[in-house]
Design a protein around this ligand. Structure first.
Ligand SMILES: N[C@@H](CCC(=O)N[C@@H](CS)C(=O)NCC(=O)O)C(=O)O
Length: 254
């Protein structure tokens, strides 16, 4: 094992343009790591809802005190709203939904449909995101084959629930927001692990294309080469992130 790549210090491409539009002080401060799929969820929700926010880049691996004061777990994303801190990507997405009710809604109004959305967001975090990390971590061919099958299985379970064009039908919602960052990064497992969207199913292939070309997803994505460079730490079995350690140990991702 060599020296792990350092995290590139800032967003690039379309994401950098978005960062530059959000440099002014606002009531809502968004603590981000440009490379992080969990961050991208909250970022997509901010963009979809057109909320005014100030973007601040943080390197969560440095665990600096000022950031630990905001999120004691030391993970991005985090938010300060009128000086009060909150963290956890999906909790932040739901907070934005509650705190900005006059902006486009990302959860359905019906209580059953809201709970149904939460069920599938949970599946994305617990099954899809961890299977993605395991697939990247798998070094020997047998383990890669098994991890790829596990990733397909987790995606197919969600794919079966998708009503086109988006998860809940006509409107973009929080389930789409929750899974979009993994769809936007699947080019890395396609290149390095033989993943193919068509093997999940035809409907997934079409859904994934719609999701990755959504404006809010494009506006929050850095250049692919930078994204891949960051993920390369997992491909070389060197990732020291809390999520990587948890998946390696068979614990749920933090
Ligand atoms: N469950 C958290 C996960 C966030 C997370 O794992 N963020 C990573 C970057 S992608 C991080 O801050 N890692 C720092 C570390 O592992 O020390 C969420 O949904 O917000």
């Amino acid at each position: 094992m060599g020296t792990p790549d350092k995290v590139f210090p800032h967003a690039t491409g379309e994401a950098l343009k978005t960062v530059n539009k959000h440099s002014q002080p606002q009531d809502l401060v968004f603590y981000s790591g440009w490379f992080c799929p969990y961050v991208q969820r909250t970022w997509i929700a901010l963009e979809e809802k057109g909320i005014a926010y100030e973007y601040k880049e943080v390197d969560p691996y440095r665990k600096e005190k000022h950031f630990l004061d905001i999120n004691p777990k030391g993970l991005v994303p985090a938010v300060e709203y009128h000086g009060k801190p909150l963290y956890e990507s999906l909790i932040l997405c739901e907070f934005l939904e509650d705190a900005f009710p006059s902006t486009p809604r990302l959860l359905p109004a019906d209580p059953f449909a809201r709970a149904h959305s939460r069920l599938w967001m949970d599946h994305i975090s617990k099954a899809i995101a961890s299977a993605f990390i395991r697939l990247l971590q798998a070094q020997d061919p047998d383990k890669q084959t098994a991890a790829l099958q596990e990733y397909y299985k987790a995606l197919r379970i969600l794919a079966d629930q998708v009503k086109a064009p988006y998860f809940g039908g006509e409107d973009w919602g929080l389930v789409d927001t929750a899974v979009a960052p993994w769809i936007a990064r699947d080019f890395v497992v396609e290149k390095h692990r033989g993943f193919k969207r068509e093997n999940v199913g035809r409907n997934w292939e079409e859904y994934a294309k719609r999701v990755e070309s959504r404006e809010s997803v494009l506006r929050t994505m850095s250049d692919r080469e930078r994204v891949e460079q960051n993920i390369r730490r997992y491909l070389r079995d060197e990732a020291q992130s809390e999520a990587a350690k948890a998946v390696r140990a068979g614990r749920p991702v933090p």
